[in-house]
Structure formats: structure tokens, C-alpha cells
Design a protein around this ligand. Structure first.
Ligand code: NAP
Length: 309
């Protein structure tokens, strides 16, 4: 069985930063990533709030720069597969990567988060047939067409601004009167001629057989139902942790995100969590990078106390 000082699960900004810090302290480290390094940054059109890029930067470009930095540490073992399980063990934890077990004295879970499903009638059935959770991936299919975006946070508004450049008409449907998103996004959406704000309203059903044809919307103030003819529905109603492999007994919050102490330690000794997968309030590239650096620094001290460094 391959054995490492530390294994980082996830190759987003948090996992990449953690791997880089660990490699710099000359520990043997593996980073497991099932897709390409970059995480959600790869699915983000444009990033304006990561320091160092005053003009903003395209998500794929930032991911590429992160990946190049990581490439400059060839000592990091890169495992391109899915983590299936973690078995906590005294001494060294065991991690099932694809069909191979590896072991590590310390594990950093940085597997990130994904967009939540809303559970609407038609949502699952029409996934990939007009229903999407990624504007950057699927926006092009709806050029010149009409779409609905559901949600009122930063994601919904930011993605709406991107989609508004492609589509003919965009209904931004939010369940409350006030948006949760930062003011700058609200202002830009408010003046965009393509975007129609549909406030205090919920989508009750996504209609269509082979492809999306419409959404039925209920106005929460008047209880009136309207049908909006759209070809696409983009859903941005928050995140859920990307897991499935979390060790049994690990403490999570009610939403399933991993609870850590201020040193990024989970409820299981030797297992740490960093980035969007962690229970916390702010999920940004900058905070993911910060988490990765801090968690790795804790791991370095932890391994020193074990006397293996
Ligand atoms: P979020 O901030 O949790 O917002 C989710 C939105 O979906 C809220 O407006 C919420 O409505 C709505 N919602 C939740 N459940 C719903 C339901 N069942 N039916 C209808 N609407 C529902 O999620 P997010 O926008 O994906 O952002 C997640 C995190 O990523 C945040 O920390 C955010 O700041 C960060 N992020 C940052 C940026 C950026 O800085 N540029 C960009 C993207 C994401 P209520 O408001 O009524 O609760």
C-alpha cells in the first residue's frame, strides 16, 4: 500500500494551496482530484475579488495559473481518481482512491461543494435537457432564447449577468423581496435590460417532456400562478458539500458541511477539512486559499509532534 505523510482530497484552490504548503515543508504528499485541478473556479466565468488581479480574471485562467504553480512541485503525487472511502485508523488513515487503498498519517478533506438541487417536479427529469447548474458550461445552448434563473444570492445574480449577454430574456426568480447578493450585483442586474426581476415568487414546476418548455411560478404575495415560457432553467439556491466518502462519525453541521475547530481539525484526530466543504459563512476563492494554507500549516505541526518530520 502506498503511504504518505499527508493526503489532500480535492484539487480546488484550497486543496492545491494545502498540497503546495505541505510539499514545501518536504513532507510526502498526495493530492487526489477526480477532474482537472481548479474546482469551482473552472466553472466560474470571471473572478473580480481575488487579490492580485485588479482587472479581474477568467476562472479557467486563474485555475491554470494555480495548476502551473502546483506543477512546479513535482514531488506532489497527483492521483486522478475519485475518493470512495476514508477509514480512520490509529497511526495512519486509509483512503480508497478508485479501487486502490492508500494510507496517510494526516488527511485534509478539501473536496468543495456543489450547487444544491431544489427538488422541483421536472428538475431531475429535465436535467441536461434545459435544466442546468452551470451557466458557463451550458449558457451557449440558450443563445437568443428565454431562460429562468432561480435564486437570490451572489451565484444567481453573478451567473445571471453572464447569461444576460447570451440570452434574449432572463427571468430572475427569487423567493423574497430582498436579494441576499452583494449590492454591486443587485445594481447591475437591476439596470440590465435583458433581466426581469421576479421577486417574492417561487417556481413550483419545471414543465416539459423531452426538453424544458416553461416554469410555473407562484407569486407569494397574491398566490397567483403564472406560466413563463422558457427553454432553460438555471438553479443557484446554495451549496451542498461534495462528499459521500466522509468517514463515519465525522461531525457535520445540519447542512452536511464538516465541522472543524479553529485549527481546521475535524472531530477525528489526524483528519482536517479546508475550503468550501467546511462549515463556515464565507465561501470565496480567497477564503479557500486561506483555509488550505492554514490547514496545511496545522498538519505540518501535527506531524512534527508525531516525530515523523
Ligand atoms: P446563497 O448565498 O446561500 O444563496 C442562496 C439563494 O437561494 C438565496 O437567495 C436563497 O433565498 C435561495 N434559496 C435557497 N433555498 C431556496 C429554495 N428552496 N427555494 C427558492 N430559493 C431558495 O448561495 P450562493 O449564491 O450559491 O452562494 C454560496 C456562497 O458562495 C456564498 O458564500 C456566496 O457569497 C459565495 N459566492 C460568492 C461569489 C462572489 O463573491 N462573487 C460568487 C458566487 C458565490 P433566501 O435569500 O431567501 O434565503
Amino acid at each position: 500500500m502506498k503511504s504518505f505523510d499527508a493526503v489532500v482530497i480535492g484539487g480546488g484552490p484550497s486543496g492545491m494551496t494545502a498540497a503546495l504548503y505541505l510539499a514545501r515543508s518536504e513532507l510526502s504528499v498526495a493530492m487526489v482530484e477526480m477532474l482537472s485541478p481548479g474546482g469551482q473556479v473552472l466553472m466560474t466565468h470571471f473572478i473580480e475579488n481575488y487579490p492580485g488581479y485588479p482587472e479581474g480574471i477568467e476562472g479557467w485562467k486563474l485555475a491554470d495559473i494555480f495548476a502551473k504553480h502546483l506543477d512546479s512541485y513535482p514531488a506532489i503525487a497527483r492521483l486522478n481518481d475519485e475518493v470512495k472511502a476514508i477509514e480512520p485508523k490509529e497511526g495512519a488513515h486509509r483512503i480508497l482512491v478508485g479501487s486502490e487503498w492508500i494510507e496517510a498519517r494526516a488527511v485534509i478533506i478539501a473536496s468543495g461543494a456543489r450547487y444544491k438541487r431544489l427538488g422541483l417536479p421536472g428538475e431531475q427529469e429535465l436535467l441536461g435537457k434545459g435544466v442546468s447548474y452551470c451557466a458557463l458550461c451550458d449558457g451557449n445552448f440558450f443563445r437568443g432564447q428565454d431562460v429562468a434563473v432561480i435564486g437570490g444570492g451572489n451565484s444567481a445574480l453573478e451567473e445571471s449577468l453572464y447569461l444576460a449577454r447570451l440570452v434574449k430574456k432572463l427571468y430572475l426568480i427569487h423567493r423574497r423581496e430582498d436579494f441576499r447578493a452583494q449590492r454591486c450585483y443587485q445594481d447591475r442586474c437591476g439596470i440590465n435590460p435583458v433581466i426581469q426581476l421576479v421577486r417574492s415568487s417561487v417556481v413550483e414546476e419545471i414543465v416539459g417532456t423531452d426538453k424544458v418548455e416553461a416554469v410555473t411560478v407562484r407569486d407569494l404575495k397574491t398566490d397567483e400562478r403564472t406560466r413563463l415560457d422558457v427553454q432553460g432553467v438555471f438553479i443557484f439556491v446554495g451549496y451542498e458539500p461534495q462528499g459521500g466518502f466522509f468517514p463515519s462519525g465525522i461531525e457535520t453541521d445540519p447542512q452536511g458541511f464538516i465541522v472543524t475547530d479553529q485549527n481546521y481539525l475535524t472531530s477525528i484526530p489526524g483528519i482536517y477539512a479546508a475550503g468550501d466543504v467546511r462549515s463556515k459563512n464565507v465561501r470565496q476563492v480567497a477564503t479557500a486559499v486561506g483555509d488550505g494554507a492554514a490547514a496545511a500549516s496545522t498538519v505540518i505541526s501535527y506531524l512534527e509532534t508525531l516525530g515523523h518530520h
